[in-house]
Write a protein that binds this ligand. Structure first.
Ligand code: FES
Ligand code: FES
Length: 163
C-alpha cells in the first residue's frame, strides 16, 4: 500500500509517496536519487546504509521509510559546508587516505559527523567502538581511525590537536 510521508531531507522539506514495506535506504536512493546511501548487507551488519535520523546514525536498511514521517534525514549529499567546502570529517578522510573503493565511506563519514555534533572528544579505543558497526572491505581501519581522531580525537597530553 502506498502512503504519502512528509519529512526533511538534507534540510529541505520533502513529500514522498512510499510503499509501506519500503526501506528508508530504497526511498532515499530510488525515489530521491541520494545514491551516497549504499546497499550492502541489507541486514544491519555493515553500516554502508547509515544516515543521520534526527541527528543519530542509523542503519537505513532496517528502518522503514514510513517511520521517517515527520523526521529529519541527513545523507552525505547534505553535509557540505555553506561555502561549498567538504565537511571537516570528509576532508580528514581525504587527508588521511581513509578511502579506497569508497563503499563504506558515506556511512563512516556520517557516524563521524554525529561524533562531531556531540561536542565531545573520543579516545582511539572509543572511536574503534563507535565504528564497530561499519565494515570496510579494503582500507583497513587504521587510516579511518586516524581521520576520525583528527577531528574528534582526545588531545594527547602536552600536544595541540592536529586540526
Ligand atoms: Fe544496512 Fe548493511 S546495508 S547495515
Ligand atoms: Fe572500500 Fe571501505 S574503502 S569498503
Amino acid at each position: 500500500m502506498i502512503k504519502i510521508i512528509h519529512l526533511t531531507v538534507n534540510g529541505a522539506p520533502a513529500e514522498v509517496a512510499v510503499d509501506e514495506r519500503e526501506s528508508l535506504t530504497d526511498m532515499l536512493r530510488q525515489r530521491l536519487g541520494l545514491t551516497s546511501v549504499k546497499k550492502g548487507c541489507e541486514a544491519g551488519e555493515c553500516g554502508a546504509c547509515t544516515v543521520l535520523l534526527d541527528g543519530k546514525a542509523v542503519n537505513s536498511c532496517l528502518y522503514l521509510a514510513v517511520w521517517a514521517d515527520g523526521h529529519s534525514v541527513i545523507t552525505v549529499e547534505g553535509i557540505r559546508e555553506k561555502n561549498g567546502l567538504l565537511h571537516p570529517v570528509q576532508q580528514a578522510f581525504v587527508d588521511e587516505a581513509a578511502i579506497q573503493c569508497g563503499f563504506c565511506t558515506p556511512g563512516l563519514v556520517l557516524t563521524g559527523v554525529e561524533l562531531v555534533n556531540s561536542g565531545r572528544r573520543y579516545t582511539r579505543e572509543e572511536l574503534r567502538e563507535k565504528i564497530s558497526g561499519h565494515l570496510c572491505r579494503c582500507t583497513g581501519y587504521e587510516n579511518i581511525l586516524n581521520a576520525l581522531e583528527k577531528v574528534v580525537g582526545v588531545k594527547p597530553a602536552g600536544e595541540e590537536n592536529r586540526t
